[in-house]
Write a protein that binds this ligand. Structure first.
Ligand SMILES: [Zn+2]
Length: 348
């Protein structure tokens, strides 16, 4: 089940936002007055009015308008499962069939009750990386209860095999190394969390804004203790990171000492700056992080030996090899499996 499904329903159920949504995504449906009357994960009820715009020369509602309403009733149930989904999932209508029993005159209402089929197809496509075809049926009835049936064949395809690495810091400057790996399943792994140093006025700003949300990072791998690789760990935790931080045993000891030291420097610096700011009637700054934050960081460290693969996340393994840089330093080897197959091998 899509974790964002309730947000999607909120969007559809709120009338103004629904109008904006149909106007942006389905302008013809907006003009035809197609309305979603009722929706949950299993069922969707849509109505289309009988008005001059939707009338054909035979005084019944154009097939296109009926089809649009039917497609809305099946499509909304599919969209509910793929809305904001990670990895992203696409859908495509590949075939439409219809059976008529009576002319559609007056308001027609379409009901699709195939929501469970979409839930299953989307989950399976995400799990296997393969496309799934769903046949969803929507039954239209006029005011007299007379029927028209429209079948939509939709192909659901999850876009797996997408892994993204973004560089925050290291690629642009020599200090402040941070690499964020976003896995196909949406989980985020952070490699190092370094502090920027010596970049003048910009430095403080760069250190205060990660460029990503620490709460969304599930685990971190630390290569070595130097502050330009570890210095922002206390801030990462202060901003909501709750995961484990892998490192070698010597790196754990050394980083603990360096972060304590760094926190004291942050506090002293801010004290000094605030004295001046106070004298000038300006607001006080808060330190980048405090000694308390630095102490908390040490609780997240998980030691790992050299030359042994360990599990980082589901489908992700890492191994430290000696880098001969400073005590405890390591090259990090990563093996990433997606959909059961080894997809990426990274070393840095
Ligand atoms: Zn270093």
């Amino acid at each position: 089940m899509n974790p964002h499904i309730q947000d999607f329903f909120k969007l559809i159920r709120s009338s103004f936002r629904y109008r904006m949504f149909t106007l942006m995504k389905l302008p013809a449906a907006f003009i035809a007055g197609v309305m979603v009357r009722e929706v949950d994960e299993n069922k969707c009820r849509v109505t289309v009015p009988f008005k001059w715009l939707t009338q054909n020369p035979f005084r019944s509602t154009y097939f296109a308008c009926l089809s649009m309403a039917a497609e809305m009733s099946t499509g909304i149930l599919a969209m509910a499962q793929i809305y904001k989904r990670k990895p992203s999932v696409s859908m495509l209508v590949v075939k439409v069939e219809s059976e008529y029993f009576k002319k559609a005159a007056g308001r027609t209402q379409f009901i699709c009750e195939d929501g469970a089929k979409f839930t299953e197809a989307v989950e399976e496509s995400i799990r296997t990386g393969e496309a799934r075809t769903v046949q969803a049926r929507s039954i239209g009835t006029n005011a007299n209860g007379e029927q028209v049936r429209i079948y939509h064949h939709l192909v659901i395809q999850s876009k797996t095999y997408i892994m993204k690495i973004t560089f925050h810091g290291a690629a642009r400057t020599v200090t402040g190394s941070k690499h964020l790996i976003t896995l196909a399943n949406g989980k985020k792994i952070l490699l190092d969390c370094g502090m920027f140093q010596g970049l003048g006025k910009e430095t403080d700003l760069l250190n205060r804004d990660f460029g990503f949300d620490p709460k969304e990072v599930s685990v971190m791998i630390l290569s070595h203790a130097h502050i330009d690789h570890s210095g922002l760990i206390p801030r990462l935790i202060a901003e909501g990171f709750e995961g484990r931080i892998f490192c070698t045993s010597a790196t754990k000891d050394l980083t603990t000492i360096l972060l304590r030291d760094s926190a004291e420097i942050q506090e002293d610096d801010v004290k000094y700056i605030n004295k001046r700011r106070g004298a000038e009637g300006m607001t006080y700054l808060r330190p980048l992080y405090t000694s308390e934050d630095a102490e908390k960081a040490t609780e997240h460290f998980v030691e790992q030996p050299y030359n042994k693969w360990f599990d980082v996340e589901e489908g992700v393994q890492a191994m430290y090899t000696d880098a001969g840089h400073i005590i405890g330093s390591a090259a990090v080897n990563l093996r990433i499996k997606e959909n059961g197959k080894e997809k990426h091998h990274i070393q840095w």
